[in-house]
Design a protein around this ligand. Structure first.
Ligand code: ADP
Length: 243
């Protein structure tokens, strides 16, 4: 479903991704772990070209984009393959929960308003927010706002959902409700890539774990292998530090 080849990315003089190769199969739930600043978010953003790689090829589903030849049209079709859930929710402040979810369906998917509304209500119900559909983001808790963010991604019915530290802006008591919604979705067979600092969650929900440090993938494997028998010294150090 996702195939990354030789991805490199620098900001100013700093090389943040140093040649990433990665394959993710359809239906897999993959967590990207690693210290702050190791390049996790940048890598995730390269998957939909929110960051344009300097070098390398990104393929999602049938759509392949090479950094050196990328055309606007290709980037638009690449973006249609995935939906992103952002750390800070990125909701429209002047739109209700329902309107936030409908927006993508009407603009990107060209759905009729009535149809978009019905579908959005269903998806908001799935994330437990049917009673809040007419609330504005400012009237919702952080956990509820993020669940709107998740509903917005789900409504688009993408091949892949990309989660960029979905709970890191939340107060600790609100993390659980968001993780539980993500866990539910994970069981439905949609391909998911999750950048997270929630180790217990990653262990529970992932089929596959990727550990990044300093712009490279240091180690990858099943959660069981990774957490109970890490092969690399850098992984062991990381796990020790956060335990
Ligand atoms: P992580 O997600 O692992 O914390 P990031 O991918 O967010 O790491 O960042 C990796 C490095 O790239 C950091 O040093 C960060 O400051 C830098 N960086 C990320 N985005 C930008 C940007 N838009 N401009 C300049 N530097 C950036």
């Amino acid at each position: 479903m996702i195939y990354l080849q030789g991805i490199k990315k620098s900001f100013n003089q700093q090389q943040v991704l140093k040649g990433i190769d990665l394959t993710i199969k359809k239906g897999e739930v993959v967590s990207i772990l690693g210290p702050s600043g190791s390049g996790k978010t940048t890598l995730l953003r390269c998957v939909n070209y929110l960051e344009r790689p300097d070098v390398g090829t990104v393929q999602v589903g049938e759509v392949q984009v090479a950094a050196n030849t990328a055309k606007k049209k290709e980037i638009i079709s690449l973006r249609k393959q995935s939906a992103m859930v952002f750390q800070n929710y990125n909701l429209f402040a002047h739109k209700t929960a329902l309107e936030n979810v409908m927006e993508g369906l009407i603009v990107a998917k060209k759905r009729k308003k009535g149809e978009a509304q019905k579908h959005s209500e269903k998806v908001l119900e799935r994330v437990g927010l049917l009673d809040k559909i007419h609330y504005f983001p400012s009237q919702l808790s952080g956990g509820q706002q993020q669940r709107v963010g998740i509903a917005r991604a789900l409504a688009l019915n993408p091949e892949v959902i990309l989660f960029d530290e979905p709970t890191s802006a939340l107060d600790p008591e609100l993390v659980g409700e968001v993780l539980s919604v993500i866990k539910d979705i994970a069981q439905e067979g949609i391909t998911m890539v999750i950048v997270t600092h929630e180790m217990n969650f990653a262990r529970e929900v992932s089929d596959h774990v990727i550990f990044m440090d300093n712009g490279v993938i240091v180690e990858e494997g099943t959660p069981f292998e990774f957490f109970t028998n890490p092969k690399e010294e850098r992984t062991r150090k990381f796990l020790k530090r956060i335990s």
